[in-house]
Design a protein around this ligand. Structure first.
Ligand SMILES: [Zn+2]
Length: 218
């Protein structure tokens, strides 16, 4: 039997990590208590297959770009590789952890926004990304997180909503401090953030304060 020192429990089978706290286990592995379902094997195979295809595309793309220099010094393959790598990173982290809709929405949209800004900078349409596309995506994440916070009873959506609102406030404050025109879409984003904050405080007030206290204890 393997033991989790953290949770003080014994776990049968060959698993390396504690099912409760994800700590690594010590002790001898025993026979698995049940056979591995074939559906999981198929999923694992499909995951590996797509990972192989994506990595192969990245390698071929980078080789064509850097070794054959097809793009006359504009290394587009770096941008496409970056998109693929972040996609794989998000995919694997979402497979490993429990599926939490608010986390998936928040982290994916944040990553996409960062990639869009980098891509926009590379292809000379940074302003459209920074003042149109990114605030629309952040606003969409805000609406999704607000809806999830209002309906989700498992407490997970609230922290992502609060982070989302904080992000909008920070971006707005930085733009204002640097005397950059925030534009209409960021202003709408800020208004939505404020309305959403009022809504959660009124309807979920106790949860908001307990969530903030919980995170401040770190
Ligand atoms: Zn544990």
């Amino acid at each position: 039997m393997k033991t989790c020192m953290n949770c003080n429990i014994k776990i049968g089978g060959r698993t390396d990590t504690c099912p409760l706290c994800q700590n690594s286990l010590s002790g001898e592995a025993t026979e698995n208590n049940w056979p591995t379902p074939t559906r999981l094997k198929t999923q694992a195979f499909l995951y590996k297959l797509q990972l192989f295809v994506v990595l192969a595309v990245i390698v071929v793309g980078l080789s064509l770009d850097f070794l054959l220099n097809l793009n006359n010094g504009k290394h587009y393959s770096l941008i496409f590789s970056l998109w693929f790598i972040v996609f794989e990173w998000d995919l694997s982290s979402n497979i490993k952890k429990l599926f939490v809709p608010s986390r998936v929405v928040s982290i994916s949209i944040l990553h996409i926004c960062i990639l869009l800004l980098i891509t926009g900078n590379f292809f000379d349409f940074f302003d459209i990304m920074a003042f149109m596309v990114v605030p629309i995506l952040i606003g969409a994440a805000l609406l999704a997180n607000t809806a999830l916070s209002m309906t989700d009873t498992s407490d997970n959506a609230m922290i992502y909503l609060l982070e989302n609102i904080l992000l909008i406030f920070i971006v707005y404050a930085v733009l204002k401090a640097k005397h950059i025109d925030t534009g209409l879409v960021w202003t709408i984003c800020l208004m939505l953030g404020l309305v959403s904050l009022i809504a959660v405080i009124i309807f979920k007030g106790r949860k908001v304060s307990s969530e903030i206290q919980r995170r401040m204890n770190f």
